[in-house]
Design a protein around this ligand. Sequence first.
Ligand code: UD1
Ligand code: MG
Length: 426
Amino acid sequence: MFQIIILAAGKGTRMKSQTPKVLHTLCNKPMIHYIIGESQKITSNIDVILAHKFDEVKKSIENFNVKIHKQDLEKYPGTGGALKEVPFIGEKILILNGDMPLITAEEIKKFFEIDADIVMSIMKLDNPDGYGRVVIENGNVKKIVEQKDASVDELKIPYVNAGVYCFKKEILEKYIPLLNNNNAQKEYYLTDIIEMAVKDNLKIKALEVNEKDFKGINSKKDLAEAEKIMCNRIKNKWMQNGVIMRLPETIFIDAYTEFEGECEIESGSVIKNSKIIESKIKANSVIEEATIKNSEIGPMARIRPKSEIIDSKIGNFVEVKASKLNDVKAGHLSYLGDSEIDSGTNIGAGTITCNYDGKNKYKTKIGKNVFVGSDTQLIAPVVIEDEVIIAAGSTINKDIPKGSLAISRAPLKIVKGFYYKFFGKK
Ligand code: UD1
Ligand code: MG
């Protein structure tokens, strides 16, 4: 039986953040959610070790079916200390750092498949900064030296510990109690097991892996680099599924967004937690928590949460929030919030749903085939029935019955020759 233990108790000091390290997000999804998700493809025996900001991290992972343990950070700090409280139940136990969100189930599987007392992961890097160095002599691993404890020569070693290990159960049972904290950080290092196991002639296998799957996140710079890799994975997947992306390197698609049918996304667009079906998203549009179906959005449109846009055309500088639009055209410069707008309706440039009176939010309902003239203010709550014409520049503060014209306009005054009187004749 396989067991996976995820270490997520550390303080993450180098992130310089109030947010616990493992809750920092890549493509809108917390690092630890990726790691648990991939682990669950392998086994249901998953233990997660928490301590720093325990309640906050626990709440974030509560819905995953994992066992949560608390590390005693005061008494036993460090990645070795993290394993003091966990029951070892698997015959093979894989340990994963909680700060390596790029890891995949496919990579994890390889560790279980190799027959050895310990399978560890190494990477050869041009820039090994931040990682523990792996001391190798005559092709055999000797020990792992943490960066803070490394000598000048050891710091030059290009081989680093990638932070994933698979142990036979009896190895952990034997060596975890033997770890000590005689090092620069006064921590119990899990990595010290390697040197002890070498001395005891155990079979250690080093699996060479790539940073694109094993990168550890210790700083905001690491986070940005990993997010780029993750976002590319997400975009590549959708392109393989038939989504057209114009200059994909400029597009941000989060981990929760889904596409259906043939969609096209132009450069500079940001799409989060949305469902896009058979639609075109033009350049520099931002869409969050919305459903877009058979529609054209943008360029430079903003679709905010709880919006549902079907068979519609939304143009530049239109902001839509919590609104349902069905077969609607809103081509330019509008705010449509808390509204429901029905088929055949045209929203003129500069239309605003005045949905907020300073205390509460109210709804605007617009029926079928309504012509809303430019620069209309719809003071919610308000209902515009079907087949209504609203004249440009109107302020609508009453419900408008079916088939009517609604016009509110100060009379136009023309004063002939005023220009010359004011500025003087040339
Ligand atoms: C660790 C390894 C290093 C390796 C690198 C790979 C050790 C001692 N060092 O270093 O050799 O190159 O990962 O990315 O293991 N954690 C706890 N409890 C603690 C401390 C940490 O659960 O007391 C967790 C953290 O939340 C984190 C993970 O362990 O998810 C790794 O800790 P981190 O401080 O990032 O270790 P590194 O310095 O990166
Ligand atoms: Mg780390």
